[in-house]
Ligand binder design. Structure first.
Ligand code: HAM
Length: 418
């Protein structure tokens, strides 16, 4: 047998209702905040991610699924949703439309990472992006959307961590301070950090190597270098979260793994989200469009990993709806009744009543067992005498009652009781 590729997962029919529950909650919560769905291609020109996600990130340097297509173009499977949405926002002319543009997406994304709990090579995200507003109200609204979504899923032990990484002006000062601080230790730090030192020293704060953590733990904090505008912006975001009673902690170590962020950055973490602990990440990215060679338009957004979310839902034992069951199982006791059951099922389905009939030529006893396994609310039993009488024996599994119902009245009878 050919096995599934490493780092990917099937969602089998028995578990898909959990995904549908998360997706439905995502759609409903996004709609409540006025975000509309956007769909972009699974692959884009590689250049988009080089410019968008940034060439100092692990994603771009190590994790992209990149290939030449038959036309010799360099194509990359999207490692995240933000860059594609930014491209679509521009290409679709949304920048000239009514702002802010508020969009959400449910996508698969691809990163060539070492698979472990909560880390896959194909994973799924619910993401949201808000374009056109530099106001701290937009940051607060985006964080509130993330927070409401997690609360709507009934999650309680997911905590919000907040930081500001300033703008390119104050970050210049900060980078200078970081370089001064790291210079004497550089020879003891990992190869990646040495490269980051040159290109984007702030990324060193994020390094997971133990030998680097020794130094990053005491590195200067961006919060101490914010310019007055960035400071005021961050204070208002905090104030608005406080007003909305959204709890958070300030965590100066959050710098995020993508290059496009400025000012507010945030993550929601849970001990149940695998080795990484982060279930949702996002922030403001006022310079992304500029990075892509366009005129700058302020934006803020986040994405949450669905697989990690499902781990948290399971660990917290959060309430999930029951898997959908058929309303009716129609049981034919002999060849003629089987045909009648089949016909009645066809009619009930036109009335939007979900039903099942025997497709395996099972015995009557086995059909009863099967109906039980399906969890159908009603079992409609049809035999020789029922056919003659033009009425079926309807068993309501909810209260173990049984009643004779004319075939012609069956749909009405069931609808009244569902
Ligand atoms: P990110 O932090 O790279 O941000 O990913 C967001 C979430 O996607 C993570 O918190 C995690 O739950 C999930 N995730 C990432 N990589 C994997 C993986 N290999 N396996 C399983 N889950 C994973 C972004 O992607 C940004 N585009 C978020 C954003 C939107 N910022 C602004 N707008």
């Amino acid at each position: 047998m050919i096995n599934i590729p490493k780092g990917t997962k099937d969602v089998l029919p028995s578990e898909v209702y959990l995904w549908q529950h998360v997706e439905k909650t995502a759609r409903e919560t996004a709609a409540g905040f006025g975000f509309r769905e956007i769909r972009t291609p699974v692959f884009e020109h590689t250049e988009l991610f080089l410019r968008g996600v940034g060439d100092t990130t692990d994603i771009v340097n190590k994790e992209m699924y990149t290939f030449l297509d038959k036309g010799g173009r360099s194509i990359t499977l999207r490692p995240e949703g933000t860059a594609g949405v930014a491209r679509a926002f521009l290409e679709g002319g949304l920048a000239g439309g009514v702002l802010p543009a508020k969009m959400y997406y449910l996508i698969s994304a691809f990163r060539y990472e070492r698979p472990q709990a909560g880390r896959l090579r194909e994973f799924h995200q619910f993401g949201a992006e808000l374009y056109g507003s530099a106001s701290p109200y937009a940051d607060a609204e985006t964080i509130a959307l993330a927070d409401t979504f997690l609360k709507n899923l009934g999650l309680k032990a997911v905590t919000l961590k907040l930081n500001s990484i300033g703008c390119k002006h104050c970050r210049t000062e900060y980078h200078k301070a970081l370089k001064e601080y790291f210079a004497p230790h550089l020879h003891e730090m990992c190869e990646d950090c040495r490269a980051r030192y040159e290109k984007n020293p702030m990324r060193m704060i994020d390094c997971k190597e133990e030998r680097c953590k020794v130094y990053t733990a005491h590195a200067p904090r961006m919060l101490d270098y914010l310019c007055n505008d960035c400071k005021a912006h961050f204070e208002t975001v905090r104030e608005l979260l406080d007003e909305a009673k959204i709890a958070y902690t300030i965590d100066p170590s959050i710098v995020r793994g993508l290059d496009y962020y400025s000012r507010t950055v945030f993550e929601f973490a849970s001990a149940a989200a695998g080795a990484q602990g982060t279930v949702l990440g996002g922030g403001r990215y006022d310079t992304l469009l500029e990075q892509m060679g366009e005129k700058p338009i302020p934006a803020v957004g986040f994405a949450v990993g669905i697989e990690r979310l499902l781990m948290v839902i399971a660990a917290e034992n959060a309430p999930v709806p029951n898997e959908e069951r058929p309303a009716v199982y129609l049981l034919g006791m002999d060849a003629q009744s089987r045909k009648k059951a089949y016909l009645l099922a066809t009619q009930l389905r036109t009335e939007n009543i979900s039903c099942e009939v025997d497709l395996m030529e099972r015995s009557v006893k086995a059909q009863f067992k099967y109906a039980d396994k399906l969890g159908a609310r009603f079992t409609v039993v049809i035999g020789e005498s029922e056919c003659a009488a033009g009425a079926a024996e309807v068993k309501d599994m909810k209260n173990s009652s049984s009643e004779r119902v004319e075939f012609a009245r069956l749909a009405q009878y069931i609808k009244e009781r569902l």
